[in-house]
Each structure stands twice: as structure tokens, then as C-alpha cells.
Ligand binder design. Structure first.
Ligand code: CMP
Length: 150
């Protein structure tokens, strides 16, 4: 068991389209534990922190204005291989090409409005989670189903 914590962010398009519940259900259905959950309107500073590696790229202005266009939901997710498995559940970045059965494959049709963001490495997840949560805001607890999942 490789217990990891990762970030999944539900983007403004999915919030507006009332997909929050269905996306969270996929995370829970897979057996993951939610250890942090927050609906937030990001500031410019925090978008730059979250997406620091994309600043300066041609698509960055569009990405930034989209993320600022409405609230997002940040979810801290814990479980076996969470980083890799959540990326798999998310599907590839470009929604129209994402496999059916994945979150982007089932709900998205656009590269910018691509429903969710998911961290791609454990260290990166730690950094991205810090944009939304202080360390003591992530909750340590046991799910009664946990031993039946891992
Ligand atoms: P996300 O996983 O949130 O990471 C960066 C985001 O930039 C990505 O999803 C896309 O929504 C957006 N984006 C827009 N254009 C591109 C591009 N050409 N390559 C990668 N990401 C892009």
C-alpha cells in the first residue's frame, strides 16, 4: 500500500454545470478518502501559485482568466497510489480526446474548460495542496470501510 495524498480541483465550468456531486462520487466510488474539501474563489496570486509552471506559456492568459471566472472546489484525496490513480480517473488533459469512463472523457469537450485539475506527482501534490489548505486543515481519520479497500 502506497498511501498518498493528492489534489483534485473541480474547475469553474464543472461548478457552473452542477457536476460537483458527480465528480466527488467518482472519487468516493473508487475507494478514496476525502481529507480536505473547500469551495473557493481563487485570487490572481493563488492562480499564479497553483499554475506557476505554466506562467509565460501562450495558453496561460486564457487559463488564468478561466480559473478566475468563478469558484472552484479543492479536494484533498488520500489512498493507495492516489496521485497516479486520480490522474487515471481524470483522463488526459485534452477533454475531446479523453477516454469515455474518465471524468474528462465523460463530461468535457474543451482543452481549457476541461472540468478538473489533478496533481501529477507526490511532491507537486504537496505544493498544490498548500495553495488551498494549511497543514492542520487536512483531517486525519479512519473510514469504517478502509480495511475493505486497502
Ligand atoms: P490542467 O491539468 O489544469 O493543467 C494546466 C491547464 O492548462 C490544463 O489542465 C488545460 O486546461 C490548460 N491548457 C490550455 N492549453 C493547454 C496546452 N496547450 N497544453 C496543456 N494545457 C493547456
Amino acid at each position: 500500500m502506497k498511501n498518498e495524498t493528492t489534489l483534485l480541483m473541480i474547475k469553474p465550468d464543472a461548478v457552473q454545470r452542477a457536476l460537483i456531486g458527480r465528480i466527488i462520487a467518482r472519487v468516493e466510488d473508487k475507494g478514496f478518502k476525502i481529507v480536505g474539501l473547500r469551495l473557493v474563489q481563487l485570487t490572481e496570486v493563488n492562480v499564479d501559485r497553483l499554475y506557476d509552471i505554466h506562467i509565460g506559456k501562450d495558453f496561460y492568459p486564457l487559463l488564468k482568466s478561466f480559473i478566475l471566472s468563478g469558484p472552484v472546489v479543492a479536494i484533498a484525496i488520500q489512498g493507495n497510489n492516489a496521485v497516479k490513480v486520480i490522474r487515471k480517473l481524470a483522463g488526459i488533459t485534452n477533454s475531446p480526446e479523453a477516454e469515455p469512463g474518465t471524468i474528462r472523457g465523460d463530461f468535457g469537450l474543451d482543452l481549457t474548460k476541461n472540468i478538473i485539475h489533478a496533481s501529477d506527482q507526490v511532491e507537486r501534490a504537496k505544493y498544490e495542496l498548500s495553495v488551498f489548505f494549511k497543514d492542520d486543515e487536512l483531517v486525519t481519520y479512519k473510514l469504517i470501510t478502509e480495511n475493505w479497500v486497502n
